[in-house]
Design a binder for this molecule. Structure first.
Ligand code: SF4
Length: 1021
């Protein structure tokens, strides 16, 4: 009977007008249609503000279609749920894949089904059926491509019908068709508000309803307003239907208490806008990094709430809330501020979803050991300590596949993890049983963190998301289990779950800060609005959006609307954001990422700046912008004390002032009163004590620890060297003995193999020579290879490519070393002792060596002796370079000198040299160390460096010096003097410098911790 239009710019009173007309029509059971479910709640609340309102209904467009169909006597039934629809699309693609031409390969890709489902939405929303797409295919170049789309569309429609189901688009078409048939079942007036765009089905419903009854539609449009140009075409289409009445609403400054905000909304997009001075109602936030931006917004929101703002009157608009919203919401939640993040996330981004996907990959597919670990570290109910040990075993055995990892788990624990057993058992019962089991498992996983002996703890922040994720997974899998044809087989189940998305928040938002995109916020108004992440390319977007399938000519041939003008649409959305706030608008952007890399801000900010006077002129910085801007740069690791938004942040802000900060005074500055002040002071005291306790363990004061160190019966050379290199490093690695997660490092494995093979080889003397000689070299090499193979088998090496590579490398080093040895004939020295042990152990040849109140033990790789009874000590190193005699102290080397002393004092031989052999050396592989000059002729085959040859006095002085240094180290050890003191004593090169191979810096915190106490330095001197 009538279509009435109300149009005007934002804040011109359209909502109030619609509300008044709706209320006036209550006796005719009117319907108000709004964009989102949240808007439904919000309008219902407003309608009831003056008391109960009887009659009328507020709903979304899909509700209207259903209401019309029901009124027309065809209530919809059997509608596919979103999960079922996507599954039907996937099955149709699989069924028709062989009939496809150009799309055949793409159709196998994981993202194809969701993308095609979006296209289907558009095609069906435009009222198209498969036959229409097929017909369009015949009229175009590239028709094979469109023909493929028609084939898939037809496959979907046939499968849907075969299952006896319908979908929301069929319901919509049915409603329109019912209205077009004779009969007058619909007489309710319909009002539409906040809808600035209509699909063809929606448009046709509006037209049909207008003929049957009365339709009033409120549009955001103003003649000549460039910011609203994107909505001109809808108005034109509606006018062509035939409009009974048009009401234009005028912008009303009274609707916005802040004149500056009214000015910004009115002026945006104008070619020659007026300007006005800035004011408090506009704030610019410039931050560094996404977290910095989230914290800057969080601090402002906390301040607004502290000043009395209602959280429901604060909104954060994001162009892409799924990408930017989770961090902002989590920062706000950490400040104790409840949020409603209106975004859809993949269920795989939650702990429950990720753990389920990992479990399925590890159990039912050819997953990896990492998948199994991901599941175990999620809400699997298995203690993390047990998972740590299991991960260590996996790494040390270099296990990569999930099947082998599960075998290892069963070996350790006598059976598979409980959830794995559940999945295996359910998989044997068929697809529907598996889907049902996974649905139940999702709920179990989400509830695990909440369980305890009694009622369990109250759900924490974040638990709500996990519970919703579990509910979404359970509901979707229940949908897929019935009808049974839709139940995915085990190998496809993970892909189905991966495709599921979850609304982070839905429902009433009372008491929460809404975080949403401009489309969802545009029908509402708030006192305070943040428009965040205003980055070039993000808002405004650069991508064209829309479906990836159809070109413009193809869209035209199908009768689809041309794609939206991206620039006009982005400006329309930003303008909608400018119209949202009543009191204050915050525009936020990042000028860099967390690493300081520059990021470009949105050009929309410059357009806002052009609405302010005076215009920028001259060099930056612009004084107007500077006055409006609150900055949070990379140096800001905590909030200012007086602006901390929560107790935790206040404690952090005070802690950031350093250990000397006066806590009581700062709490006074922040205006914090008891009991909050007491709690914050308590947290700081606990934190400081913990930090002090972990800063460094020494000097040790615990009597039990000191007694344990004093009770050490004998010390080894490498222990003393380790302490000399850095006492903190020694304490952690030697005394605390953390268990490494990774396999034994390759150099250690190599060294162990090499030493074992050389010991056995020299003991066997292949070919009869005590040392390899040119004539016996072949026999030495052959036997060496055999022994290497045998030792590798004994040590279970060779099952992994990395282990086989180690064995091959050792073989090469061995061959080269033996070849060199065979060229050293004529020294007169022959092997005398191999792995010569002295100490307390049973297999020691000699007792430990007593040195100045402490005892030395050890195992010398090899000692050679000449006919005069003089001894030559060998120490094999698998490194490429070794320490020359002059640098022994600088490089914290003691063992070689101590072994020379032991050979003299425990075996009664006269030591003439101690040599390190660099087995992995390349060009210069001569042994280094210290040797008596007087034995230089006999040692000539070793090609020693002149600097390593010492006269007797210097030689003995080096041994005495080593004895003295070792004694001092033992004394420091016994006194528990543990400090971060890398490198040799002061005055030598490398003092205070951490060796590059030490990876303890994260735990010793040398860079960040306060300087060592002075007495430690004094002693070093
Ligand atoms: S990083 Fe430096 S100070 Fe820390 S343990 Fe290693 S060597 Fe010592």
């Amino acid at each position: 009977m009538a279509l009435k239009l109300i149009h005007g710019p934002p804040n011109s009173g359209r909502a109030g007008l619609v509300r008044r007309r709706f209320t006036a029509a209550l006796n005719r059971d009117p319907v108000l249609v709004v964009p989102t479910v949240d808007d439904v709640y919000s309008f219902e609340r407003e309608l009831c503000e003056g008391g109960a309102a009887l009659g009328g209904a507020v709903m979304t467009f899909s509700g209207l279609f259903r209401a019309v169909a029901t009124a027309g006597g065809a209530p919809p039934a059997g509608e596919l749920t979103p999960a079922q629809r996507l599954r039907v699309v996937s099955l149709a693609i699989a069924e028709r894949r062989d009939q496809l031409g150009p799309l055949r390969r793409s159709a196998t890709r994981p993202g194809f089904a969701p993308a095609f489902e979006r296209l289907l939405d558009e095609l069906q929303g435009a009222g198209l059926e498969p036959a229409a797409v097929e017909a369009a295919a015949g009229t175009l170049e590239g028709s094979a491509y469109l023909g493929d789309l028609a084939t898939l569309f037809d496959g979907y429609a046939k499968l849907r019908d075969r299952l006896g189901r319908t979908d929301s688009h069929r319901i919509a078409r049915g409603a329109v068709e019912l209205l077009c048939e004779p009969g007058d079942f619909w007489r309710r007036p319909v009002f539409l508000y906040g809808l600035d765009d209509l699909t063809r089905n929606q448009f046709e419903l509006v037209r049909a309803l207008a003929e049957a009854s009365e339709v009033t539609m409120a549009l955001t449009y103003e003649e000549g307003n460039a910011a609203l140009a994107a909505r001109a075409s809808l108005l034109e289409r509606l006018r062509r239907v035939g409009v009974a009445e048009e009401t234009g609403t005028e912008p009303d400054p009274e609707n916005t208490p802040a004149p500056l905000l009214f000015h910004l909304e009115r002026g945006f997009g104008a070619s020659e806008p007026e300007r006005r001075p800035p004011g408090e109602s506009l704030v610019l936030l410039r931050s560094a990094g996404a977290r910095g931006e989230a914290e800057a917004i969080g601090a402002e929101v906390a301040r607004l709430i502290a000043d009395g703002a209602d959280p429901a009157e604060i909104a954060i608009a994001l162009r892409d809330p799924a990408r930017r919203g989770p961090l902002i919401a989590s920062v706000l939640e950490s400040y104790g501020i409840a949020t409603a993040l209106e975004a859809e996330l993949p269920v795989g981004s939650t702990s429950v979803g990720a753990a389920l996907l990992a479990l399925l990959a590890a159990t039912l597919a050819e997953g990896s050991a990492a998948d199994l670990l991901r599941f175990l570290r999620g809400p699997s109910g298995i203690p993390s300590g047990r998972v740590d040990w299991f991960e260590r075993a996996l790494r040390r055995r270099r296990i990569r596949g999930a099947a082998a990892a599960l075998e290892l788990w069963e070996e350790h624990h006598g059976g598979p993890p409980h959830d794995v057993a559940r999945v295996r058992e359910a998989a044997g019962g068929g697809a529907a049983a598996l889907a049902a089991a996974i649905a139940s498992l999702a709920a179990t996983m989400a509830s695990r963190p909440l369980r305890s002996e009694e009622d369990g703890p109250r759900p924490d922040r974040g638990d709500g998301l996990e519970l919703r994720a579990a509910a979404a997974i359970s509901a979707a899998l229940a949908d897929l289990a019935d009808p049974v044809e839709l139940a995915p087989p085990p190998e496809e189940l993970a892909a189905e779950i991966e495709g599921l998305r979850l609304r982070v928040w839905s429902g009433p938002v009372e008491g929460r800060i809404r975080v949403a995109d401009p489309y969802r916020l545009r029908a509402a108004r708030f006192d305070h609005v943040f428009v965040a992440s205003l980055q070039d390319g993000e808002f405004p977007r650069r991508d064209r959006g829309g479906d990836p399938f159809l070109s413009e000519p193809q869209r035209a041939s199908l009768g689809l609307e041309p794609r939206r003008d991206v620039d006009a649409e982005e400006r329309y959305l930003f303008h909608a954001c400018l119209a949202l706030p009543r009191r204050r608008l915050f525009l936020s952007w990042r000028d860099s990422d967390e690493n300081g890399v520059a990021e470009a801000r949105s050009p929309l900010l410059d357009e806002v700046r052009r609405l302010l006077e005076p215009l920028p002129g001259g060099e930056p910085p612009d004084p107007v912008e500077a006055a409006l801007t609150r900055v949070r740069d990379l140096t800001r690791v905590a909030h200012p004390v007086a602006a901390a938004p929560s107790e935790g942040e206040l404690a952090r802000a005070i802690a950031a002032r350093g250990p000397g900060a006066d806590v009581a005074e700062l709490l006074g500055v922040a205006g914090v009163e008891r009991p909050v002040a007491d709690r914050v002071a308590g947290r700081l005291a606990t934190g400081r004590a913990a930090e002090a306790a972990t800063r460094a363990p020494g000097p040790l004061a615990n009597p039990a620890a000191l007694d344990a160190l004093a009770a050490v019966r004998a010390y080894g050379g490498t222990t003393l060297e380790g302490f000399d290199l850095c006492s903190y490093r020694w304490f952690v690695s030697h005394e605390l003995a953390p268990q490494p997660l990774d396999p034994v490092p390759d150099p250690l494995v190599q060294g162990g193999l090499m030493h074992a093979v050389l010991e056995r080889l020299y003991a066997e003397r292949p070919g009869g020579d005590p040392l390899p000689r040119p004539a016996s070299l072949g026999a030495w090499l052959g036997r060496g290879r055999e022994l290497l193979g045998a030792v590798a088998v004994e040590r279970k090496l060779g099952g992994h490519p990395a282990e086989r590579a180690i064995v091959r490398r050792v073989e090469g080093l061995l061959e080269r070393f033996l070849a060199e040895e065979s060229g050293r004939a004529g020294s007169g020295f022959e092997p005398w002792m191999l792995e010569a042990r002295f100490g307390e152990e049973n297999d020691s040849e000699r007792p430990a060596l007593q040195i100045d109140g402490w005892r030395l033990h050890g195992a010398i790789d090899r000692v050679d002796r000449d006919p005069l009874g003089r001894a030559l000590v060998h120490d094999y190193k698998t490194s490429g370079s070794v320490t020359p005699g002059a640098k022994l102290e600088e490089e914290a080397k003691l063992q070689l000198q101590l072994y020379l002393i032991a050979v003299a004092e425990r075996w009664g031989a006269e030591p003439v040299a101690g040599l390190y052999h660099p087995l992995a050396g390349t060009s210069t592989r001569r042994p280094r160390g210290l040797a008596l000059e007087e034995a230089a002729d006999e040692l000539a085959p070793y090609g020693l460096s002149r600097t390593d040859l010492l006269d007797r006095e210097a030689f003995e002085a080096m041994l005495d010096d080593a004895r003295r240094r070792a004694g001092e180290i033992v004394g420091r050890m016994r006194r528990g003097e543990i400090h971060r003191d890398p490198g040799p004593r002061r005055g030598l090169r490398g003092h205070g410098v951490c060796p590059p191979f030490c990876d303890f810096a994260p735990i010793c915190r040398r860079d960040r911790a306060p300087a060592e106490p002075r007495e430690a330095e004094g002693e070093e001197q």
